[in-house]
Design a protein around this ligand. Structure first.
Ligand code: G3H
Ligand code: ZN
Length: 283
């Protein structure tokens, strides 16, 4: 069923695993990720960036596609459709009205009080509609679509205050993670993560999941990380497969013949992440 992230993340938090957010770009991503979730009996979050939403023809198209694929594939595991890095109240409202079950408001580039005010407004509308809300403090490094940032660590006291003043369901404290590949090993602020986990009182989110070593993933989960976002890794594996198939078959023109195998590459990648995050057999 389509659900918000609230119970999904609370269950994960209690039970010591993380639910993966996998970003979607088109029909094949939806099919592959939902196939993986069903095969693994894992809850799953489909992440939709504003850019990807636009690419697919708008939030309404996204919701219609996801619902149709769930029905066609006989999806039984819990699925959330989540706006990733929503840039404004208006974008979050559009996603909520289109039927998204979860939104992220990323006002992390604004001053703290503005971030709080925008986030609180989103929470009010979202909760009236049974939709969960994720907010961000500090900034994730690197670039995803139009979201560009330098690494800025979240302040633990502000995290506590944000949860109290806004009623968010989950918080993404940026602690050194990066969108896209890491230059060298990631340097995550586990000391701060532990502190935030103790005082904030909500499940935490880790952005920039691509390229984080398993030992760090496990450490993050042990410090209350209940949602891990992965985007780039699926793109890398999908595109690698397309190149491979086209290089081996220079005359190939039927898109199904290269998009089909690359869809399987996404599915296999997602299955690997679900096992790593411990969400398999938790649906
Ligand atoms: O919001 C999405 C993520 O934080 C994805 O990060 O592309 O580094 O896996 P990634
Ligand atoms: Zn992110």
């Amino acid at each position: 069923p389509l659900v918000s992230m609230t119970k999904m993340l609370q269950d994960a938090n209690k039970d010591g695993y993380a639910v993966g957010q996998f970003n979607i770009n088109n029909l094949e991503y939806i099919q592959a990720i939902l196939q993986a979730a069903e095969a693994e009996k894992s809850p799953v979050i489909l992440g939709v960036s504003e850019g990807a939403g636009k690419y697919m023809g708008g939030y309404g198209v996204v919701v219609a596609m996801v619902k149709a694929v769930m029905e066609a594939q006989g999806t039984t595991v819990p699925v959330a459709i989540h706006l990733d890095h929503g840039s404004s109240f208006e974008q979050c409202a559009k996603a909520i009205h289109a039927g998204f079950t979860s939104v992220m408001i990323d006002a992390s580039h604004d001053p703290f009080d503005e971030n709080i005010a925008t986030t609180a407004k989103v929470v009010e509308l979202a909760h009236l509609n049974g939709v969960s809300v994720e907010a961000e403090l500090g900034t994730v490094g690197g670039q995803e679509d139009d979201v560009v940032g330098d690494i800025i660590y979240a302040n633990p006291e502000e995290c506590k205050e944000m949860v109290e003043r806004t009623g968010i369901d989950t918080l993404a404290p940026a602690l050194g993670s990066v969108h896209g590949p890491y230059k060298g090993e990631p340097n995550l602020g586990f000391k701060e993560m532990e502190e935030i986990n103790t005082i904030a009182g909500v499940p935490l989110v880790l952005h920039g999941g691509t390229g984080i070593p398993t030992k760090d993933i496990q450490k993050a989960i042990s410090f209350g990380t209940s949602k891990i976002n992965v985007n780039t890794e699926n793109q890398i594996q999908q595109t690698k497969k397309v190149r491979e198939v086209l290089a081996a078959n220079p005359d190939m023109i039927d898109p199904r013949k290269y998009l089909g195998p690359s869809r399987d590459a996404i599915k296999d990648t997602v299955i690997g992440k679900m096992r790593e995050f411990g969400s398999s057999n938790k649906a």
